[in-house]
Ligand binder design. Structure first.
Ligand code: ZN
Ligand code: ZN
Length: 598
């Protein structure tokens, strides 16, 4: 159509309509993609084959489609009369570039402006039956006032569409960090479909439900594709926030909408071209989500065995080579972190493998606790908690095997001895052996002291005899630390009953909350103690449904049903003594489910 207008203008016609009449073209013939090129070629003194490449003649075997510079495309993606174009480009080049026929092409990446669609003089939408490329019916020049400008980043995807249509090579500059090579590898139709899908889901996640135009769609897709794949992962997380009510099934089911739009879309083919989207989707499912299991369907995408962060309990058992029951026990003892997620009607345990490096037993001697303690000059009750909290690293022993691997013990010994600094002048000091012998201090305090040494809070001058027992600690700093530690031990811990009272929940839920890592608990000779700070933190984030049920004179069950209706995700804390799990909801979600709000 741009060519027709140019031909008309150059030959002095006041509208292409006259030219069309002269060529014997009927009105309905040149408004469609099936324009008879030979009639036009005859009046232009050209061979039809010369005009064919810039016509929209359907590709072979697809009579309903059109071609845009050789790219097969569905007619709804293009308009024969471009809705917009760039007047500055026309002023510089003398013709309208073909990509303006695409409906998504809403801005010029060369001049960083929105495409012109109305006349700056008369304010009317531009007609293609006008005197010239840059001249409106009213006589106004389209260069008089240019459309609004956009940023280079916002123009980056428009630039990609343009070079795709024109068949140019990407020039290597990619300041927005789009997955440019992957986008360029897509055929034009798939590229447009992917842009539409990403734009639409980004706008949906933003809560934008108003009529969406092409400019918005492409800008939203640009946002998703920028800094690939960071913002794609962000989009997925945002969709995950919205889709809480559908939190059942595997990840591909939970994100069915975008999954279908990208991977089951007839407009996106061949499927191999979307591998970069699959990798990003898989990355999100495996490493970022954690509220659904990664289905085998998704895992098939991984070209090589992926180390997944979230695995099911049975997969966890298989990695360890143990019975599922043993795996369940390990999870319960919180040797590894896990979480419960809803999966249809059932609940499923998702194990976070990133925190749980699972080791197999290596060759070497397995020591009993007492032997390990003797070697390290640390009493067993001091050593054991250090292993639980990870200061003592178990890297040579499978978690299902009891005992202490000699190589782990040696490694911990080296770690402690490495603390001895020889560069500073020794002041008044006290030895490790003396501290460990002191009966007035509890093993917890002593274990804490080792932690304080490891974090350099209490400095070590050196070692008198080259062994751990002879390690010399700065006496004054040790005494200061000890005073603080005793005060902490006295005041900052709560009993399970006190913690339950503070959280308005059943006492039986406390071990479950510790197991889920939501409260910090320590076993003391007087029983389980819960860190006060963790209670405060948890109460800021979650509330027990039972408590709200009581306040509002309704039942926990009824509130659970409102949660399900409102799509509010519940935290189900496993209870001791086989009772049903105790539900909590996020403080932020309470408003949504209270009876008064319903
Ligand atoms: Zn331009
Ligand atoms: Zn005008």
């Amino acid at each position: 159509m741009g060519y027709v207008l140019r031909l008309s203008e150059q030959n002095g016609y006041s509208t292409p309509w006259s030219l069309c009449q002269f060529a014997g073209l009927k009105q309905n013939e040149f408004r469609t993609t099936g324009m008879p090129v030979d009639k036009l070629a005859a009046v232009a003194n050209r061979r039809p084959s010369e005009l064919e490449p810039i016509a929209y003649t359907p590709p072979p075997g697809r009579p309903r489609w059109a071609c845009l510079l050789g790219h097969p495309i569905v007619p709804i993606e293009m308009s024969v009369m471009p809705r917009r174009f760039c007047p500055e480009c026309v002023a510089e080049r003398g013709f309208v570039e073909a990509h303006w026929h695409l409906r998504l092409m809403a801005a010029c990446p060369i001049h960083l402006r929105v495409g012109a669609s109305i006349c700056p003089n008369c304010g009317q939408p531009l007609r293609w039956f006008r005197p010239g490329l840059l001249e409106c019916d009213c006589g106004g020049s389209l260069l008089d006032r240019l459309p609004p400008s956009i940023s280079e980043t916002d123009a980056s995807l428009f630039a990609a569409i343009r070079i795709k249509v024109l068949g140019f090579a990407a020039d290597g500059e990619n300041p927005a960090h789009l997955p440019l090579n992957h986008l360029m590898a897509l055929n034009l139709r798939s590229m447009l479909a992917v842009i539409r899908a990403l734009g639409r889901f980004r706008l949906n996640a933003n809560g934008n439900t108003a009529t969406i135009d092409e400019l918005q769609t492409v800008l939203a897709a640009t946002e998703v594709l920028r800094q690939w794949p960071t913002n794609f992962i962000k989009l997925m997380s945002d969709l995950g926030q919205d889709a809480q009510k559908n939190l059942s099934g595997g990840v591909s089911k939970q994100f069915e909408g975008i999954y279908r739009a990208l991977f089951k879309n007839k407009a996106v083919e061949p499927r191999e071209q979307t591998d970069f989207l699959k990798s990003a989707f898989l990355d999100f499912a495996v490493n970022h989500w954690g509220r659904g299991f990664v289905d085998h369907k998704l895992m098939k995408w991984a070209s090589e065995p992926t180390r997944r962060r979230y695995i099911t309990q049975s997969e966890f058992a298989a990695t360890l080579g143990v019975q599922p029951r043993t795996a369940a026990r390990l999870l319960k003892e919180r040797t590894v972190t896990s979480d419960r997620v809803k999966c249809g009607k059932a609940e499923r345990v998702i194990v976070d493998a990133s925190h749980n490096v699972i080791h197999k037993t290596q060759p070497g001697r397995i020591l009993r606790a007492r032997e390990a303690a003797r070697q390290l000059v640390l009493p067993v009750p001091v050593l054991s908690p250090l292993r639980e909290t990870g200061e003592f690293e178990v890297t040579h022993l499978s978690p299902v095997q009891p005992g202490w691997h000699e190589k782990d013990v040696e490694a911990f010994g080296r770690k402690l001895l490495a603390l001895a600094r020889h560069d500073s002048e020794a002041g008044e000091s006290i030895t490790m052996a003396a501290i460990m012998r002191n009966r007035h201090h509890s093993p917890e305090i002593k274990a804490d002291l080792v932690r304080a040494m490891l974090s350099k809070e209490v400095p070590v001058f050196g070692t008198a005899d080259g062994n751990i027992g002879g390690m010399q600690l700065d006496f004054y700093l040790y005494r200061n630390w000890l005073g603080d530690a005793m005060r902490r031990a006295a005041g900052n811990a709560r009993t399970p009953a006190e913690a339950a009272k503070a959280l308005h929940c059943d006492r039986g839920a406390i071990p479950g909350l510790i197991q889920l890592g939501l409260l910090n608990g320590t076993k003391t000779p007087k029983g389980l103690r819960i860190d006060d700070e963790s209670v405060t933190q948890f109460s800021k984030k979650y509330v027990s449904l039972a408590f709200h049920a009581k306040c509002f004179g309704t039942s926990t069950r009824a509130l659970m049903r409102s949660c399900e209706r409102a799509g509010v995700q519940m935290l189900l804390v496993p209870m001791m003594r086989r009772a049903g799990p105790q539900p909590f909801v996020r403080v932020a979600d309470v408003e949504t489910i209270l009876p008064s709000a319903a």
